[in-house]
Design a protein around this ligand. Structure first.
Ligand SMILES: [Cu+2]
Length: 76
């Protein structure tokens, strides 16, 4: 998450190359609290998922995150 830009511009494509395996969480800035999150799993590696789960999020976002992690793990 620290490697990602804090904010991207609206309606502008943004490309990122993930060099390190692991779980990456991103959000829509105005709607993150409502659970508009995304999860990217690089290299099928969940080693850092504990750090992601400890992130401070709203209750709704936390619930969405748990579901995203469950789905990602089931697609392993
Ligand atoms: Cu949004």
């Amino acid at each position: 998450m620290e490697a990602l830009p804090e904010k991207s511009d609206l309606n502008v494509c943004h490309a990122i190359t993930f060099d390190l395996p692991g779980v990456y969480l991103y959000q829509c800035t105005p709607h993150g609290n409502m659970g508009m999150l995304g999860l990217i799993v690089v290299g099928n590696n969940f080693d850092n998922v504990g750090n992601i789960e400890e992130m401070e999020l709203s209750r709704v976002a936390k619930s969405v995150l748990q579901r995203l992690i469950r789905v990602a793990r089931s697609n392993k």
